[in-house]
Design a protein around this ligand. Structure first.
Ligand code: HEC
Length: 177
């Protein structure tokens, strides 16, 4: 009898955890958190290039290393936005009512994670990929000029890359607060 109860509890337990996963979309949360972490890592590498360029004697080997990081990330960006990782649709009052009565409680209505990606990425992937390809080209060129010691050339290309980041953010990222 005791064994029976234990098995029963186990089945119930896995059913509950399955429904929680379905309601809160844990895999989606991992995708979103993973892409934000990669963007932040790329952002840190890019910032270190900017910092070096401000120094009296820029460390060109540090610039080269960071330019490689940015270039490597640039090509991977499309993989970070699989279908299903788009921002949750605006939740209306009906969602709140549903969430209130749902067995999973609040997790049913909370967004999977704080994404700033706009739904336009999935609605207009062509334009998104076009901006990403431009970014890949600019980042590759930055890496190329970073092999030399022409600081003025590196600076000029760093600014082009920065404009490429901004172009995508302007269209496809919600303003950061
Ligand atoms: C093709 C589009 C695109 C390009 C190019 C791009 N980004 Fe982004 N970036 C995004 C999107 C979309 C997000 C939002 C991701 C999310 O919140 O899910 C983002 C998020 C970020 C974040 C995370 C912000 C946070 O803390 O939540 C940083 C940092 C960042 N980008 C820096 C950069 C830098 C630096 C570059 C250029 C070197 C760049 N990005 C190029 C689209 C782009």
């Amino acid at each position: 009898m005791r064994g029976h109860c234990w098995v029963g509890a186990c089945v119930l337990c896995s059913l509950v955890s399955m429904s929680v996963i379905a309601a809160s979309g844990e895999p989606t949360k991992d995708i979103i958190e993973g892409r934000i972490a990669r963007f932040r890592d790329m952002g840190a590498a890019f910032k270190s290039i900017r910092d070096e360029l401000k120094a009296a004697r820029p460390d060109t080997s540090r610039i080269k290393d960071s330019a490689r990081v940015v270039r490597n990330y640039s090509t991977a960006i499309p993989e970070w936005f699989p279908a299903g990782s788009e921002p949750p649709a605006e939740s209306g009052w009906l969602d709140w009512v549903r969430g209130w009565f749902s067995s999973a409680g609040d997790s049913a209505v909370e967004p999977a994670s704080e994404t700033h990606a706009k739904a336009e990425i999935w609605a207009n992937p062509r334009q998104f990929l076009q901006l990403q390809r431009q970014f890949v080209a600019e980042a590759a060129e930055l890496w190329r000029v970073a092999q030399g010691a022409d600081i003025a050339a590196i600076k000029a290309q760093q600014q082009k890359v920065a404009r490429s980041c901004a172009a995508c953010h302007k269209t496809f990222r919600e303003p950061m607060d």
